[in-house]
Design a binder for this molecule. Structure first.
Ligand SMILES: [Zn+2]
Length: 528
């Protein structure tokens, strides 16, 4: 669901984004790294790592396409391989492994051992040992605290910079993730640095061997990466290649590591080719359907909705039970303003997979456009439980306004204002409309002064990007011991405009009041 395609156009100058404050557990201490055995400074406790992993796992999966649901055996299989490696790792963590419904070759680990691998990577691998090399590498990222270290070094950005950085790395919903879930988006697209990558390769290979896999698969895996990255322009490098630049150097390094292990007498191990081919047979068989689905998404971005609809039809004929296909078909219907049809198609998607935010978001929008505010609110709230997006927050803000709940509307728009792009702009404008009425003094500057004739005046300026109306200003002055106050009204002031206000209050000739004897306050204003 891309709300740029269904929004009502409001364009506004970009405002400062509210900075997202990452609340980290702060207690500096020295500890031994569980993998490397080296002493290191760290202030993120293990409990904090576990909490981050726990909290960010769902939104991180959601923002990357959600889990593969048509082939449940596949996730169970990948988890089995992962647990086999986790059992020999240097650190006990509540490791979990899931397969994401995403064609980009990628894998990531969050602190606390929460790991994911994309369908698009699994299809490129040749055997279980190569999968073990991927998972072993990610296990080391979690076990050796690479994510926590990145946070401790302040490598993670905040607020607007953060959102921009994620967007640049191509996370599908990066522009739209708001609030705490931005942390996960950042952790999973994190570049840990060369040392951490080398560490993950080196220990990952040892975990593979200890779990009974042939470590030479770590070499063939790097060769797969080099092959995959060939012919990609650097600007298009995404997923694993953004965080793990493939190179002949890494192939050579891994080859040297394997040779060293052989010299240490670590030999043997299985490749598990047949088992892997069996476990991923459905993936390979259905690849053309997912290719058609990916093409449909590109066509939608180009506004070629009819062509996109045809591609989705093709995909659905091949895999009728793929919820994402039903969901995309429904999205297209929303863009075409066929809301009723869209709702029933979203129902089809949710019946097949009730755990993906986008179906609720899309259905919520479709209900809202049909005027069914109650169902719209329910669906949008369900969507933000899975992944807080600016789109859902914006819609909920609008629905709150429709039911005259200004306070709730402000909160929703405030959340959405975190996002980049048109949705964020729309939210910032909506927030400001409400906030100008609540706090007009924050947006309208007034400065009192007394002219040579002893008249109390004020300069006024509208510093908001909107035209404000019905501005009420109150002057107060102590004139020869007497408090006088006057209200002055202004019908409207355009953005950036200002002028002079006359209070009508006079000081006697030769009396210059002290600064604390005059005041001017903006009492009220509104925006259409
Ligand atoms: Zn890595």
């Amino acid at each position: 669901m891309n709300l740029n395609k269904v929004r009502d156009g409001i364009s506004l100058r970009k405002m400062m984004l509210a900075a997202l404050l990452l609340t980290l557990g702060v207690a500096t201490g020295c500890a031994v790294n569980p993998v490397t055995g080296q002493r290191e400074l760290g202030f993120i406790s293990e409990q904090r790592e576990l909490t981050i992993g726990q909290q960010q796992y769902t939104p991180s999966q959601q923002s990357q396409g959600g889990q593969v649901t048509v082939d449940r055996e596949l996730s169970a299989y990948v988890n089995r391989v992962g647990q086999r490696l986790a059992a020999v790792s240097d650190r006990r963590l509540p490791y979990e492994f899931v397969v994401l419904n995403n064609s980009v070759p990628n894998a990531w680990a969050l602190p606390g051992g929460k790991i994911a691998v994309n369908r698009g990577l699994l299809i490129e691998l040749n055997n279980e040992a190569e999968l073990a090399a991927v998972l072993g590498h990610e296990i080391v990222h979690a076990a050796a605290r690479h994510g926590a270290q990145a946070m401790e070094r302040g490598m993670l950005l905040q607020g607007a910079m953060l959102v921009g950085a994620i967007a640049a790395q191509g996370s599908d919903y990066a522009d739209y993730i708001v609030g705490g879930a931005q942390l996960g988006a950042q952790l999973m697209t994190q570049r840990y640095g060369r040392d951490a990558e080398r560490e993950s390769d080196a220990y990952g290979i040892r975990y593979m061997a200890a779990a009974g896999y042939d470590p030479s698969a770590a070499v063939s895996l790097q060769e797969v990466f080099v092959r995959l990255s060939e012919g990609r322009q650097s600007g298009l490098i995404d997923g694993l290649f953004a965080s793990h630049p493939p190179s002949q150097e890494r192939v050579n390094n891994n080859r040297a590591l394997v040779a060293q292990m052989r010299a240490e007498g670590i030999t043997g191990g299985e490749l598990g080719t047949e088992r892997y081919q069996q476990a991923t047979a459905f993936l390979r068989e259905t690849k053309p359907a997912y290719d058609a689905f990916d093409e449909a998404e590109k066509l939608i971005a180009e506004d070629r909705l009819e062509d996109a609809a045809q591609r989705v039809e093709t995909a659905l004929r091949m895999v009728p039970d793929e919820a994402r296909f039903h969901g995309l078909q429904a999205d297209i219907m929303v863009y075409q303003r066929r809301y009723q049809a869209a709702v029933s198609r979203y129902d089809d998607a949710i019946r097949r997979d009730p755990n993906y935010f986008d179906y609720y978001l899309g259905r919520g929008v479709a209900y809202a456009r049909q005027g069914n505010n109650r169902r719209a609110t329910e669906d949008l709230q369900a969507s933000i439980k899975l992944l807080p997006t600016a789109m859902a927050m914006n819609e909920l803000g609008t629905l709150s306004l429709a039911s005259n709940d200004r306070a709730a509307a402000k909160q929703y728009f405030g959340f959405a204002a975190d996002a980049q792009g048109p949705v964020g702009e729309q939210a910032r404008a909506a927030f400001m409309r409400l906030d100008i009425a609540d706090n007009p003094g924050q947006y309208i500057a007034v400065q009192p002064y007394v002219n040579q004739g002893g008249r109390l005046l004020a300069r006024i300026e509208n510093r908001s990007p909107l035209t404000v109306r019905d501005v009420t200003i109150e002057f107060q002055a102590v004139v020869v011991g007497q408090v006088q106050s006057r209200s002055v009204g202004l019908a409207q002031i355009a953005s950036g405009q200002g002028g002079e206000l006359d209070s009508g209050i006079n000081f006697p000739a030769g009396v210059m009041p002290a600064a604390n004897q005059v005041s001017v306050t903006v009492l009220g204003a509104r925006v259409d």
